[in-house]
Design a protein around this ligand. Structure first.
Ligand SMILES: Nc1ncnc2c1ncn2[C@@H]1O[C@H](COP(=O)(O)OP(=O)(O)OP(=O)(O)O)[C@@H](O)[C@H]1O
Ligand SMILES: [Mg+2]
Length: 321
């Protein structure tokens, strides 16, 4: 549904987007991650035809966004980063206007407005002026606008930004639900949203894609992935550490809060090292409280691949993350 080939955007000497290529199929929810200024919003603006690319190509539903903007835009619902303000309109007036813009009329328009009011929980503020809404409600009004024509492609720039925890939860569920039948791209700084809503995630840094995979694949890039953590009741931690370190498959051992963690020499199939450690625990008579294989942590992966090299060296020297 969305096809992006070698997309570049320069602003003067700055390459905000520097050769980005990816596709999004129907049934996919793609999470777009990256530090501030990485080029997420700029990429999304080009997907939606809001700004033209310097070079490269975007097609949506087979329509080139630059050559056939109308055909492409018909398929797209877009939540921009900075919600445009229409201070003189009420929420209902704004949604009515958005429906008109999308060519909806009569019964179809009435139904469309009712649908997005329900989806975005707007019924309590329908007749309030947009300028008097709280930030979260403004944001939800803007999201409703993006959904009004029930588009096949959704491009949502930080859709949960500024929402309260309940609304964040609702909007994530909504995104996941919409993703079953549509192609969805959304940007976020909240790494838990990758697990909560995405089928796949891309990490972009200084205009380039630095990682692209399922949430499990990205977590698997973590140093922690595949390590086995053992907690035993009344055990001598130093002795446990020595025994674990003596396992040939173990590269190194470290003490963690109330337990010991063994890192495998090779990231092998999950569970293999855990089995070896469990056998050791039985032989040694450790009273196990917990034994688990770590999945890895997205925030560690994110920091490792997006920190500037100098910061990485400082973190490594300091021993902290
Ligand atoms: N119109 C513009 N003129 C000049 N520079 C721009 C313009 N728009 C974006 N940039 C620059 O392009 C880079 C990428 O910006 P962009 O808004 O795409 O980042 P982002 O990944 O969305 O960041 P954030 O997480 O802060 O929203 C930044 O350095 C930004 O300053
Ligand atoms: Mg942005």
């Amino acid at each position: 549904m969305i096809q992006i080939e070698n997309l570049v955007k320069t602003f003067g000497p700055k390459r905000a987007v520097d050769g980005v290529t990816f596709t999004v199929e129907r049934g996919e929810v793609l999470g777009f991650l990256g530090p501030n200024g990485a080029g997420k919003s700029t990429t999304m603006r080009m997907i939606t035809g809001f700004i033209p690319p310097t070079s490269g190509r975007v097609t949506v539903g087979g329509h080139d966004v630059v050559e056939s903007p109308l055909a492409a835009k018909r398929l797209i619902g877009y939540l921009p980063e900075a919600a445009p303000s229409y201070p003189d309109m009420t929420v209902h007036g704004f949604l009515s206007f958005a429906a008109d813009m999308r060519g909806l009329a009569g019964e179809a328009k009435r139904k469309a407005i009712g649908r997005v009011i329900d989806l975005c929980f707007l019924s309590s503020v329908l007749h309030q002026g947009i300028d008097t809404l709280s930030k979260g409600y403004k944001h939800r009004t803007c999201l409703a606008q993006a959904l009004i024509h029930d588009p096949d492609v959704l491009v949502l720039d930080e859709p949960t930004d500024g929402l309260d925890p309940n609304q964040k939860h609702e909007v994530r569920n909504l995104i996941r639900e919409l993703g079953r039948t549509k192609a969805v791209v959304f940007s976020t700084h909240i790494l838990e949203e990758v697990d909560a809503a995405c089928t796949r995630a891309i990490i972009i840094d200084r205009g380039r894609i630095v990682a692209n995979g399922t949430p499990a694949e990205l977590r698997g890039m973590s140093d922690l992935a595949g390590a086995v953590t053992v907690h035993a009741i009344g055990a001598d931690a130093a002795a446990m550490r020595d025994r674990l370190a003596a396992i040939p498959e173990v590269a190194r051992v470290e003490q963690v809060n109330g337990g010991v963690r063994a890192f495998p020499r090779e990231k092998r199939a999950a569970g293999e090292l855990a089995r070896v450690v469990a056998e050791l625990a039985t032989r040694e008579g450790w009273r196990l409280d917990a034994l688990r294989t770590e999945e890895g942590q997205l925030d560690e992966v994110f920091r490792r691949i997006t920190l500037p090299d100098t910061a990485k060296r400082a973190a490594a020297a300091g021993g902290g993350a």
